[in-house]
Design a protein around this ligand. Structure first.
Ligand code: ZN
Length: 379
């Protein structure tokens, strides 16, 4: 279906949808790609925040009567995943599926609607091979020793980074800028040979596997086409992952820009440090769900500006549960005014301003509170 412009929301003042500080006219369907999990460990609050916000983005778009088409991928071709699986005596794919089961349970408990597309990297290898061929054909990539490298010298600037800070980030996120086969340290593999014991697929450049950024570019294009409306991920994916994904897809299609808007959810910290599997600095969703409801956890994640980094404190759970209770009590009051309903809708349309929407909903009660509960899936 060809995208066309969506309609206005009944019951709002008709100012349109604003995301990331600028109006985003909605196409139908609105195509949303969410960078998903690498399924090798349990789901922590930082992941949950990104995926709950992605869910709310889609729900607010649908509130306007505009259909959404959502893809959330599974990065199941990954060196750390394969190594972790091998350590536990399992193949990468079986291990990944087991982890994915726990992830899906956490998402269900958090009322995250299942996306229409859940592509797995191992099922999209042929799309990466096609992407590599397209990039070679347009001279956006070159072949060397079984690798296909994307020419990435301009990518740091496209992400607003100088080369020094970009180099540090590339190394931090598992790239190897010192690899001497490359013409430029910012060239990255679209295709590369697999290590011993790692999964490998045939390709015109020899057996191997996709590079990480190429996996997401290929899965996004295979499920949603050559242009996305919103590319979603945690703030830490801005560079290198999203920057390369956008650059590769744009170079392959020539259609640019690949993503009309980027939606990067603020990092969740614990004790002043980023929450990350690699450091063991984690709050696990399954532990929190033993203390409180999925709806209260959603409130905890959503009742703040989405782009802002924040630190988790255990007392915040009770505060979120209290705020949810106030909203429920408000929803039980008499119908309320159309103006209050419009104020809730407008706040959500204005850059997903959940705190303002919930304040209006609690003040006015009735239909305004019910709109907030329904749209934010807080029931
Ligand atoms: Zn991705």
């Amino acid at each position: 279906m060809e995208p066309h412009l969506g309609g206005q929301v009944a019951g709002t003042s008709g100012t349109g949808f604003v995301l990331g500080g600028a109006p985003l006219p909605l196409t139908v369907p609105t195509r949303i790609y969410v960078c998903g999990i690498t399924p090798y460990d349990v789901t922590h609050l930082g992941h949950a925040s990104t995926f709950v916000w992605a869910d709310v983005l889609a729900r607010v778009v649908r509130m306007t009567g505009t259909e959404t088409e959502v893809t959330r991928n599974v990065t199941d071709v990954d060196d750390v995943l394969t190594r972790t699986a091998a350590d536990r005596g399992r193949t990468y794919d079986e291990f990944g599926l087991r982890q994915e089961f726990w992830f899906d349970r956490a998402m269900s408990a958090l009322h995250v609607r299942a996306p229409q597309h859940t592509p797995h990297a191992r099922h999209h290898v042929r799309h990466v091979v096609a992407l590599a061929a397209a990039l070679l054909e347009t001279d956006a990539a070159y072949e060397r020793d079984g690798y296909v490298y994307f020419r990435g010298a301009d990518v740091p600037a496209s992400a607003g980074l100088d080369r020094g800070s970009a180099l540090a980030l590339s190394a931090e996120y598992g790239d190897d800028p010192d690899d001497e086969r490359r013409d430029d340290p910012f060239d990255v593999p679209v295709w590369r040979p697999s290590g011993d014991g790692h999964p490998a697929w045939p390709s015109p450049w020899g057996p191997g596997r996709p590079g990480w950024h190429a996996e997401c570019a290929a899965m996004a294009m295979a499920t949603l086409g050559g242009v996305l409306d919103v590319l979603v991920g945690g703030a830490d994916l801005a560079f290198p992952h999203h920057a390369y994904q956008v650059a590769m897809a744009g170079a392959a299609t020539g259609a640019g820009p690949f993503a009309r808007r980027q939606f990067r959810v603020g990092t969740v910290g614990l004790d002043g440090e980023k929450m990350a599997k690699s450091t063991g600095n984690l709050v696990l969703v399954q532990d929190l769900l033993e203390q409180t409801s999925g709806a209260a956890l959603r409130m905890l994640l959503l009742d703040r500006p989405w782009a802002q980094a924040w630190d988790f404190r255990s007392g915040d759970i009770d505060l979120a549960a209290q705020r949810l209770e106030e909203l429920y009590v408000a929803a039980g009051r008499k119908p309320g005014s159309a103006a209050a309903v419009a104020a809730v809708g407008d706040a959500l349309l204005h850059d997903l301003d959940v705190p303002t929407a919930v304040n209006h909903a609690i003040d006015a009660g009735g239909d305004a509170a019910r709109l907030a509960i329904r749209t934010l899936a807080l029931q």
